[in-house]
Design a protein around this ligand. Structure first.
Ligand code: NAP
Length: 307
């Protein structure tokens, strides 16, 4: 299957290009980017021109930041293309619903990807939690924004989500592994006084059986990053580390479970299946929690942020 990659920046270069090149199912046939390109691949800087000229390319993968993404996705669907969306699938819930409706009407595949759900140990954590009574669950997602998003001003602009840009990855795992749905009950969001999105946040969630569920996000972590989810149950405890790549159950690393590799290769494998049937896979649960945090969260002004 031929695919055009749109928005050749950090994630396209780090993950999408290697995943496509490593797959027997996919061929990178064009890029669309105002500044970026991939060596040896026909490059366009005008999306409409690519759509008009390259009718042989049936799939478009959008690696843009969330705010411009709707416009590109809508144009691709209108042009009859199957569309794959980086996370989060849009800047608002409403535009995601609109895209899903458009894709269904057009009979094209639409995939809202959540790469962290494809982390190696997510299926094992989900299976372990299935028959246990949850007592508490704590998400700790702390990293240095200067290291992981150097100079990316869009993350601090409206719609860029701020610290929820990585935080939504944790929520994509949470909403996959928990047998029962939770919903946000309170949040505190720390906004640098010169920015439009939070740089740190704490959130608490209601759990239907009374478990204590909370999330701590911080983008000013000076040391090594922590991307962990710790769950205490009536039958022991589990700790996922490294964004879902590592699972420790009752202090014993769970190496016996199958260690699948590669989040992005799995996303492209899933997209290949969706294209076969023209299906829509748009799970908005992680994004709903973020929207709730922005709706309900108490806003605290903190020191200005400069790169
Ligand atoms: P990025 O490098 O800052 O941006 C990707 C590309 O999008 C840019 O190189 C730019 O290409 C294009 N772009 C930026 N603003 C645009 C606009 N207003 N209109 C049209 N094109 C625009 O961002 P990224 O880190 O790759 O992140 C992109 C998406 O992937 C985000 O939603 C992010 O959450 C997700 N993601 C990122 C990471 C990561 O580690 N960075 C990991 C997983 C997922 P041109 O200027 O060449 O057009």
């Amino acid at each position: 299957m031929q695919v055009a990659l749109v928005g050749i920046g950090k994630i396209a270069t780090d993950q999408h290009v290697p995943a496509i090149n490593a797959s027997a199912d996919w061929e990178l046939s064009a890029t669309v980017s105002r500044h970026g390109s991939v060596e040896g691949v026909p490059a366009y800087d005008d999306f409409d021109a690519m759509l008009a000229e390259r009718t042989d390319i049936r799939v478009v993968s959008l690696c843009l930041p969330p705010v411009p993404r709707f416009d590109y996705a809508a144009r691709a669907i209108a042009a009859g293309r199957h569309v794959m969306l980086e996370k989060p699938p849009g800047a608002t819930l409403s535009e995601c619903h609109t895209l899903a409706d458009m894709a269904r009407d057009a009979g094209v595949a639409l995939y809202a990807t959540w790469h962290s759900r494809q982390a190696d140990k997510v299926p094992a954590a989900k299976a372990w939690l299935r028959d246990k009574r949850l007592i508490s669950l704590t998400i700790t997602w702390r990293e240095n924004v200067r290291q992981w998003h150097p100079g990316q001003d869009w993350v601090f602009e409206a719609g860029g989500l701020g610290v929820f840009d990585p935080g939504i990855n944790a929520l994509s795992i949470l909403t996959e592994i928990l047998p029962d749905p939770v919903h946000l009950t309170s949040a505190e969001l720390q906004f640098p006084e010169n920015r439009d999105t939070p740089i740190a946040a704490t959130c608490r969630f209601h759990h239907p059986h009374g478990a204590d569920v909370s999330m701590d996000l911080d983008w000013l972590e000076p040391g090594d990053p922590t991307w962990s989810i710790e769950a205490v149950t009536d039958q022991g405890r589990m700790r996922m580390e490294n964004g879902g790549g590592h699972l420790i159950i009752d202090d014993m690393p769970d190496d016996s479970l199958p260690g699948l590799t590669g989040e992005y290769p799995r996303l492209y494998a899933q997209m290949a299946k969706l294209v076969e049937t023209g299906a829509v896979d748009m799970d908005l649960a992680p994004m709903r929690h973020v929207a709730d945090a922005f709706t309900l969260g108490r806003r605290v002004s903190v020191a200005p942020f400069e790169w």
